[in-house]
Ligand binder design. Sequence first.
Ligand SMILES: C[S@@+](CC[C@H](N)C(=O)[O-])C[C@H]1O[C@@H](n2cnc3c(N)ncnc32)[C@H](O)[C@@H]1O
Length: 353
Amino acid sequence: MEYMSDLFYAMTMPGLETLAFSEIRAAIPETELVKFMRGIALFRTTTSAENLLDLRTTEDVFANLAHIKGLRRGQDALRVLHSATLNADLAGAIASWRRAHHGARPQTWRVVSQMSGTYDFRRVDAGQAVIDALRKTMPRGIRQVEDDADLEIWLWLGGGDVLIGLRLSDATMRHRPYKRDHIPASLRPTVAASMGWLSLPTAEDIVLDPLCGAGTILTERGLLAPYQQLLGGDLQEQAIKIARRNARSADVDATLKNWDARALPLEASSVTRIITNLPFGKQIGSREENEALYTALIQEFDRVMGPDGLMVSLTSEDRLWDRILQEHGWRTQKKVVFVVLGQPASIFVSGRA
Ligand SMILES: C[S@@+](CC[C@H](N)C(=O)[O-])C[C@H]1O[C@@H](n2cnc3c(N)ncnc32)[C@H](O)[C@@H]1O
């Protein structure tokens, strides 16, 4: 067990943890990886907690209270959870929370439990073991509540590994304040940011999202790093209106137009990056429609992409897109598979072969 107060962990969409850790390393170079788990990067850093809240590819960030390896399935595990919580450096974690919250004094606490894998005890009983310990160690004046607590202690049971941590982030880390309007099939901002990160951003980039929907990808790219130009468009007029509003409220300068991505009003070789979330599967079109659409799209992307351009594309039609890319002379350098709305999706990072 480890009870160090310089341990933190980031929760991500499952599959995006290594990518999120590369963002953490770039932001805070002295950070050391301790372990990857499913949807989690556990790391050690001496940075101040508030520096962890600006991460864009992470859904939530925690001060680690305990990391238990190889928890058994049986009832004795509850005693292990209880004593790990009793021994945790709660004061250190609360100090991190206060730094992350501009010195605020927490008034309330609660426990949130998440369990995957099979155990001989119930999730509520595991949560209760942690609650019982915290009732003994929580500073006076901070009271336990059912919902909306200042301090959220999350218990995460993921097979052999268990993490108990104090949540430093709040909902704004994953639900961006700029994104007030949604459209169907709109992308999670942390996924859009991950795609921006994978595009190896440079200040010279002319970035295109030809199927921009609510504009999440362009907005996140704009927030991630400097750029020369952000261009986007969509078939639906309504999507463009929403995309404009979102970009504007994030203070991102994007040029957005109503267009058909199969016939873009752009010059040949005029962009350096394409970052896009393709319509796929049941979400938007049928398989046959997707095949025809994807073929038309790659021809158009081929035309507008500059010589050393890089494309980051997301789809659940993994095999179809892989084949079409190859047939049109594109080479995929990297593929990141993750889970979105319960189904696997792949992010392709590709360039011309
Ligand atoms: C998967 S969604 C993109 C979602 C977007 N990334 C977001 O976060 O909101 C695909 C978008 O492609 C648009 N679309 C579909 N076919 C198109 C076409 N031929 N030209 C332009 N846009 C198209 C749809 O209107 C939809 O908004």
